[in-house]
Design a binder for this molecule. Structure first.
Ligand code: SAH
Length: 247
């Protein structure tokens, strides 16, 4: 817990005993469930602490640059979506830090949704919902263009990700995704689809703190215009046939 608390300090995030206790329970739940089914490839406290918890905390440093902490922690005001949440990453570690955050977790895997639902109950988290649905269908549901912030990690390559996420955010909303090393080719490949979907160019924010784990390059998209109703295309197409214009 010492390393975890030091990491939070490095990221200018205050912590307390309750945060530590809840992260410990979350770790135990992940470890237990990982033995039952394919939840995450990670094993052991250090890996889960570094890759799942600390790297999730880094999202908060990115959001800070676009919304004031008070604003996005204010429960009803800012609507956040964690798309392709898997074991609850990055949203559950963030929610443990910021209990008032208003967030929805979405995953196409029913098992993973059940897992995060049980964690939410165990940790007694409020203002948090889970939906088992594919991003392509969520994008044409009443959730379309309703989110202020969409967070994702390890969901898809950038051109696919753009089509899955941008229809879901409102004008001036942001999409934030963590990539480790700078994904130069993916950035280039996504330029065309971003303009098609109403987003400005990718902004990149490198977060190196805490520096004992490798850096993350966060890709941020700000939406300038509404997305045409023909996006997202039907299930599976954004991944199978990503929109890339060769120059
Ligand atoms: N964000 C988590 C999980 C990444 S794995 C982490 O960083 O650890 C990607 C997750 O996205 C998987 O759980 C998978 O079930 C989900 N997923 C993949 N395609 C999806 C889609 N089209 N819609 C919703 N979820 C999807």
């Amino acid at each position: 817990m010492q390393i975890l608390n030091k990491s939070l300090e490095d990221l200018n995030i205050s912590s307390n005993d309750e945060v530590n206790e809840k992260l410990k329970i979350f770790f135990e739940e992940i470890s237990f469930a990982s033995k039952q089914f394919n939840l995450t490839g990670l094993n052991g406290w250090e890996d889960i602490r570094d890759t799942l918890f600390i790297r999730s905390f880094r999202y908060s440093s990115v959001i800070d640059k676009f919304f004031s902490k008070d604003q996005y922690l204010e429960s009803e005001k800012i609507k956040i979506l964690d798309l392709g949440t898997g074991a609850g990453i990055p949203s559950i570690p963030l929610k443990i830090l910021y209990p008032n955050m208003n967030i929805k977790l979405v995953d196409s895997s029913e098992k993973k949704c059940h897992f995060v639902e049980s964690v939410i109950e165990k940790l007694n988290l409020k203002n948090i919902t889970v939906e088992n649905i594919r991003a392509e269908l969520l994008g044409i549901s009443s959730d379309r263009e309703s989110y202020d912030i969409v967070l994702t990690r390890a969901l898809a390559k950038l051109p696919t990700l753009a089509e899955l996420t941008l229809p879901l955010i409102r004008k001036n909303g942001i999409v934030v995704t963590a990539k480790g090393l700078l994904p130069s080719q993916e950035l280039k490949d996504s330029e065309y689809v971003l303009s098609l979907l109403g987003s400005s160019k990718s902004q990149i924010l490198k977060i190196t703190e805490p520096n004992f784990i490798s850096e993350d390059n966060f890709i941020i998209w700000v939406k300038n215009n509404k997305t045409h109703m023909k996006f997202p295309r039907r299930n599976g197409l954004p991944k199978k046939d990503p929109i890339i214009k060769s120059s």
